[in-house]
Design a protein around this ligand. Structure first.
Ligand SMILES: [Ca+2]
Length: 557
């Protein structure tokens, strides 16, 4: 009875009616009430302690596996429509979570986008507006004979910012970086920005020495001759995951692939050469679009082999995650830092129907694979049509990890968690500013995307182009004149953003002449002729790049 008497009044608040047949409950009832009060106090104290403990340590936080592929265009993925490249593992990853159909990089070249992912800020704010190493000002203009003087830019990831890795490290995460960094020189390497371990990240934006050992990398010694750098980065990531079965981790796997130089093995080249040979022979693989030839077909067997190598590596990492029993508690993100290389560098791919590729101001330069798998949050096979951008990863990861947001840091990012759950985020414009020329024929320009409309402002002649994207993914119909009022409003909005973020504007090159423009046109034509020849040659059954296939195979001796 005592126990029964203690029960309800103590926890429920409303006293249970006493049994009507009890007439003498005096002393025993007083004792019961005293015990009830004490138990209630004890219970409330215990409850408050448990609540405090829960707030301090909300259970195991999810791991983060962030896969960043270099120069990997949206149309270079099987699930996005490529029939030439084969990416079963990446496709499977995309299908296992949410696939964003309008995912953007923050810049058409690498360092600015990489910095924006890690800082949650637009390039105009962190100052890295071009790939680190690009020339600026009069020296650049003199060498490249261009109309504008590209402004200076920041060459190290700003130390005063709190990077995504630092935010997670402060929350108790083990933090690991593998692959391409390209965000500064010694003193501004991954270990200086919140990563406990760095395997391969340093100044370089491409693999010095190539994709097969021996390579030259001060933070990743070469393995046996012929070892694949892409597989090695996967191996290092796997080893790190194996060593952290309990502590939450951030594994940031930033492949050097599929940046140039494009290289593959003989068997992979052979596989895709045979595949290309079955395709109709194009009359021309390249078309000059404003400044440089742009690839129009996907049939490069070297690049296709490189993509298969990447896909295999991604598959191996994900399979190991499964085998370790970590997949249910690991958020996997997959993206790229800019569009595929259809012009410049190795002229590897085509992003059609999107116009252009890496370096260019059109969708081909900016759209990237953008996949998030968050167990318990995303629904497998889901897609989202809302435009999203690299700066959004920072707040999204924090929220998924159950950590407080840092709005002072990721000022230009929005948490995508509502979208991941099938909801909405408030409509917002997206912006880009690239006051440089780069190597892919991109022109100094600024962009605003608002709703379905995209305005590009060209700094060489202060011209605006306006595109309505849903019906014109290839940006072939400039509506600026027809939609003059809309163009004016968007240009006003873009100018306000440029001012707010202290964007640097390129200035005229006083030494520029029209003869230089004519020379550029002649050079582009001559380059097209060379490219057509070289790209037909690598489909010849007897073709061989060099005696060792870029060292990819160990010579038999
Ligand atoms: Ca890149």
């Amino acid at each position: 009875m005592l126990v029964e008497g203690l029960r309800l009044p103590c926890v429920g608040g409303a006293a249970e009616p006493l049994p009507s047949n009890r007439t003498n409950w005096g002393a025993s009832a007083k004792l019961t009430c005293y015990a009830s009060a004490m138990t209630r106090i004890l219970f409330l104290w215990l409850l408050s302690v448990l609540q405090a403990l829960a707030a301090a340590s909300p259970g195991p936080r999810p791991n983060i596996l962030f896969i960043l592929v270099d120069d990997y265009g949206i149309k270079d993925v099987g699930i996005e429509g490529s029939t030439f490249y084969e990416t079963p593992h990446i496709d499977s990853l995309a299908r296992s979570g949410m696939r964003f159909l309008q995912g953007y990089a923050n810049c058409q070249v690498c360092s600015p986008s990489r910095a924006s992912i890690l800082l949650g800020k637009y390039p105009t704010r962190h100052g890295i507006t071009d790939w680190i190493g690009a020339g600026v000002g009069e020296a650049f203009a003199r060498e490249r004979h261009v109309k504008l003087l590209p402004p200076d830019y920041t060459r190290n990831l700003p130390a005063a910012d709190i990077s995504l890795a630092e935010a997670l490290k402060q929350a108790g995460y083990a933090t690991f970086f593998a692959g391409k960094w390209h965000l500064g020189s010694k003193g501004s390497w991954p270990e200086d920005h919140g990563f406990d371990i760095n395997k391969g990240g340093w100044d370089a934006g491409s693999p010095i020495g190539g994709y097969y050992a021996p390579w030259q990398n001060p933070t990743l010694p070469s393995g046996p001759p012929g070892e694949s750098l892409t597989q090695r980065l996967a191996n290092e990531t796997i080893a790190f995951m194996e060593q952290h079965p309990d502590k939450p981790f951030l594994a940031y796997l930033a492949f050097y692939a599929v940046h140039g130089p494009i290289q593959t093995t003989k068997p992979l080249w052979s596989k895709y050469r045979d595949k290309a040979a079955k395709l109709p022979v194009p009359a021309a693989r390249f078309k000059i679009d404003r400044t440089l030839p742009v690839r129009q077909v996907q049939d490069n067997p070297i690049y296709a082999g490189m993509i298969e190598e990447l896909d295999t590596a991604v598959g191996r990492v994900l399979r190991r995650l499964d085998e370790l029993g970590l997949s249910d508690n690991t958020i996997v993100i997959f993206t790229s830092d800019n569009g595929g290389v259809s012009s410049g560098d190795s002229f590897s791919s085509s992003e059609l129907p999107y116009r252009g590729g890496k370096g260019r101001q059109w969708e081909g330069g900016l759209r990237v694979p953008f996949y998030i798998r968050a167990p318990g949050v995303t629904r497998p096979g889901s897609t989202c049509d809302t435009p999203v951008i690299g700066t959004d990863f920072y707040p999204t990861v924090l929220q998924l990890a159950g950590l407080p947001l840092r709005p002072q840091q990721h000022v230009d990012g929005v948490s995508l968690v509502p979208l991941l759950k099938g909801g909405q985020i408030p409509a917002r414009p997206l912006f880009w500013h690239y006051p440089h020329y780069g190597n892919q024929g991109g022109e100094p320009s600024s962009i605003i995307r608002k709703g379905d409309w995209k305005l590009i402002h060209y700094w060489e002649d202060n011209r605006n182009e306006l595109y309505h994207l849903p019906g014109d993914l290839g940006e072939g119909h400039d509506l600026a004149a027809r939609e003059a009022e809309r163009t004016g409003q968007l240009w006003t909005d873009l100018q306000a953003w440029l001012k707010e973020t202290h964007a640097k504007i390129p200035q005229p090159n006083p030494e520029y002449t029209e003869a230089m423009a004519e020379q550029h046109r002649k050079d582009a034509q001559a380059l097209k002729t060379r490219l057509e020849k070289a790209n037909a040659a690598c489909l010849d059954p007897a073709w061989q790049p060099d005696p060792t296939w870029w060292k990819s195979l160990v010579p038999e001796d």
